[in-house]
Every structure is written in structure tokens, then in C-alpha cells.
Ligand binder design. Sequence first.
Ligand code: SF4
Ligand code: SF4
Length: 206
Amino acid sequence: DTILCMGAGISMANGFSRVIKDKPIFAYIGDSTFFHTGLTALANAVYHKANINVLVLDNRMTAMTGFQPNPTEVIDIADVAKSLGVEYVVEFDPYDFENGKKTFEEALQHEGPTVIIMRKICANEWWRQQRRSGQKIEVYHIDPETCIACGTCIVQYQCPAIYWSVDTNSKGKKYSIIDPSMCTGCSVCSQICPVKAISKEVDIDE
Ligand code: SF4
Ligand code: SF4
């Protein structure tokens, strides 16, 4: 993995694609930065038929600098990518794990640049909106007796709401726990747990 600066992902991926031929190359960029510095690099990728996959993390705002609005309000990222000549452009809900997996598998079969737009409102902003409107937030819970401590939810997915137990379950094994004050109810952990130990549990009023 390489990180340089805001918006450099597509440019770097272009360069990597000239020398790395045996591995897939992914460039990450936010929705604001796509308009800030991504367009020129994407045009270059199309021109050079660079075999790269551009992942646009479209959370509908410029969350990093204070939740300002951005051009996605009036300009569609998929339309822009297509107009630049990208042949494979797809949008999906990043909380839909199986669909996301299928999308990535398809994109990796494509020759030339692809643009994959993961569109979902910023979790912080969504949470704020829920609280302001008095909506309940449905959080998830892990059954300590079913959890096999495989680490998929903590080590691989790395949801910050999940942590290891100090105690052990009846089998003497540690298990993972969800902090309900941090869970946004996205459901992804329940989709990826191999033993279905995670389920929707309680609603909390904020
Ligand atoms: S539902 Fe989403 S936010 Fe809540 S613990 Fe699972 S992955 Fe984390
Ligand atoms: S993915 Fe499931 S089994 Fe694995 S640590 Fe998380 S809750 Fe436990």
C-alpha cells in the first residue's frame, strides 16, 4: 500500500500500471477529491489504457474538512467517468457485501481503467441526522457462545466498534464484542461473520 497525498492515488496507479503487470492495482479517492484532482489523472489513465481500478468513496460530502457540500450535489461521478471514456463504471452500496464482492470480481476481468463508486452517506452524518429526527439506531450484537474468535470482523474488516473480550465464554475462548455506542447498524459485520454470530439486537434512543 502506498499513500502520498490527497488525490494522488490515480496518478500513482497510472505509474504503477506501467511496471506492475501481474497484480491488480487499486486507487482510492474521495468524491470531493475526485473533482479536485482526480479528473486529470483519470483522463490520463483512459488515454494510456492503464489497467487500474479507481475506487471512489462517495460519502456525499467533504467530511474530512468539516462536512462541506461538494459537486456531487449537481454532477454525477459515473456520468463524468463515462464521458472521460471509462468503459467499466459501476456504483454500489458499500454495505451490501455480496454485491460489492461481485462488482470487484467483474472489474478485475476488465482490461483498461475501471471506476467503482461506493456510494453511501457518511456514517457520522447519517448518525447525526437520525438523532436530530428522533429516529432509533438499530445496533448489532455478538453472541459470545457462537463467536469462534476468527477475527474477520476485527482484524480483517476492522470496524472500530468491535473489540476483543477480556472474559472468556463457556468454552474458555475469547470472543468479540460490539460497543453499542459506536455501532451505526451498517450490518456488514453480520454479513461477513462465518458462523452468523452477529445479529441485530437492540434499538437505542439517542
Ligand atoms: S453493524 Fe456495522 S458499525 Fe455496527 S459493529 Fe457491525 S460493522 Fe460495525
Ligand atoms: S467474525 Fe464472527 S466469529 Fe469471527 S470474531 Fe467476529 S463475531 Fe466472532
